[in-house]
Design a protein around this ligand. Structure first.
Ligand SMILES: [Zn+2]
Length: 491
């Protein structure tokens, strides 16, 4: 079964409906309800205690930092945080869940009614609703392969039991796999800016399930949904949703019915497989957790937490576009992480002209990194080096051509800008008579452009500046050169 069997006309009859459930691990030092370290990659089954193993008589104690992080994420996602939320037991059996239940939240989650704005294909903005953000604990891990006896046994690592999670459930507002991808990208960026999770998908600290259904365009009700489970990259989420949309349309077109079920994405085959029929909420027999009191979030706690909210990516981009006169694409580059945007802005503040720092960073450093396929962290030129280069340019101590030559050396020899500049100290011609001689030569060789200039086309001066700069091998002092060119042309 593949997309090739569905004509565009048939696909166009249907409207996909997509909702996403995202689990993120919170970056607390300890687990949600015990003092065990919240750490990835340590020796299996060493970060465990009676509480996170659910041994009889052990009592959970809520980690305040986890509440702070979950509340911070809720506010960043425009959710309303409830003053009173309730922890509930979600009961199910799984080998990596020794307690037999997960502490979660059910009908009274921590936060509700949020949203994220995502860009659309036609250049607009679409608001995707967030139904709820609730707190819960993670389960352990079943390891089916990679160990010596994996052929015969499944191994269990219970270190992850009790790790604090925020589950963020969207409204079924998305209509294309691309919208889902944009939503996830924004969500991850916001969470990273808030510092509440490292959102590392390979390590499982961000996991995504997609609910997908299709309906005939204009139909009043949603179709039956299938859930695509635990897809481990945004690219696969997009591909899994696309596959699922086409699979369901084929089922319906063939006269069948879509079954409500969980399906696993198989990246190697590029398809989903039926995993099990989907549980309904009532299958879990939720009831209020008897060992934890209601979670009360006071106005004071919320106010203190709100103070920790950073400037969020979208707002920061808008401000930086205005402040540094950037194109949207360049603002996106400079805000790729909060850390990088912070470093850039701290450096730019120390420069004579902050906008020039942005220019040098984007064109000279960014351009070379792109060409070499390198990341910002791999740049030989530090932020201080970029500020120095921008200042030299701003003071006309070097020409832009010399700047380019110096940056070439930095990247060839993997050296920072200050060291290269000190060694090479490019010569500048500041002697007016020497420059005048060069200008005279260029003027004599280009009578047509001289005529244009004198006919009123003043922009032609730039042509002469360029030619003389070339003749001086980039060594002419730019300010003096500009001045003398105009003087000669007017004369
Ligand atoms: Zn523990």
């Amino acid at each position: 079964m593949s997309a090739a069997t569905l004509s565009p006309e048939i696909l166009a009859k249907y409207e996909p409906v997509i909702g996403l459930e995202v689990h993120v691990q919170l970056l607390t030092a300890s687990k949600a309800f015990c003092g065990c370290a919240n750490k990835f990659g340590v020796e299996p089954n060493t970060n465990v205690c009676p509480v996170c193993l659910g041994l009889p008589g052990a009592l959970p104690v809520l980690n305040e930092k986890a509440v702070e992080f979950a509340a911070l994420a809720s506010m960043a996602l425009n959710c309303q945080v409830r003053e009173r939320s309730i922890f509930a037991r979600k009961n199910y059996f799984y080998p990596d869940l020794p307690k037999g239940y997960q502490i979660s939240q059910f009908d009274k989650p921590l936060a509700e009614l949020g949203w994220i704005d995502v860009p659309t294909a036609d250049g607009g903005i679409k608001r995707i609703g967030i139904t709820r953000l609730h707190m819960e604990e993670d389960a352990g891990k079943s390891i089916h392969d990679g160990l010596a006896d994996s052929a015969n046994h499944t191994s269990l690592d219970l270190n992850r039991c009790g790790t604090p999670l925020a589950e963020i459930v969207s409204e079924p507002d998305m209509r294309t796999p691309d919208e889902a991808w944009e939503y996830l990208t924004r969500l991850k960026e916001i969470l990273l800016y808030c510092g509440v999770s490292d959102c590392n998908m390979e390590e499982g600290s961000l996991r995504c399930d997609a609910n997908v259904s299709v309906r005939l365009k204009g139909a009043p009700q949603f179709g039956t949904k299938a859930e695509v489970k635990n897809v481990n990259s945004f690219r696969y989420v997009r591909a899994g949703i696309q596959y699922e949309i086409e699979r369901q349309i084929e089922v319906i077109e063939a006269g069948g019915r879509v079954i409500q079920e969980s399906r696993l994405w198989n990246a190697a085959e590029g398809r989903t497989y039926s995993m099990r029929s989907k549980e309904q909420a009532h299958d879990y027999r939720y009831f209020p957790e008897p060992d934890l009191p209601p979670l009360i979030v006071s106005a004071e706690f919320l106010e203190e937490t709100r103070k920790k909210l950073p400037e969020l990516p979208e707002a920061r981009r808008a401000r930086m576009i205005a402040e540094y006169e950037l194109a949207a694409k360049d603002a996106a580059t400079l805000t790729v992480t909060r850390e990088f945007a912070d470093r850039f802005e701290a450096a730019a503040k120390t420069a004579r002209n902050p906008r020039r720092v942005a220019n040098v960073l984007l064109s000279e450093v960014g351009g070379r990194l792109n060409a070499l396929g390198l990341e910002q962290e791999q740049s030989p030129v530090s932020m201080e080096g970029i500020v120095l280069a921008a200042d030299l340019l701003d003071e006309d101590k070097i020409s832009s051509k010399q700047l380019k030559q110096l940056f070439d050396v930095c990247f060839e020899k993997n050296e920072d800008f200050a060291a290269v500049y000190e060694r090479e100290k490019p010569q500048q011609i500041t002697d007016a008579s020497a420059l005048e001689a060069l200008i005279d030569g260029v003027i004599a060789a280009n009578p047509r452009q001289v005529e244009q200039y004198r006919g009123g086309k003043k922009t032609v001066a730039g042509f002469f500046v360029g030619q003389v700069m070339k003749a001086s091998k980039g060594q002419a002092n730019p300010a003096l050169l500009n001045e003398l060119v105009v003087k000669k042309l007017e004369g």
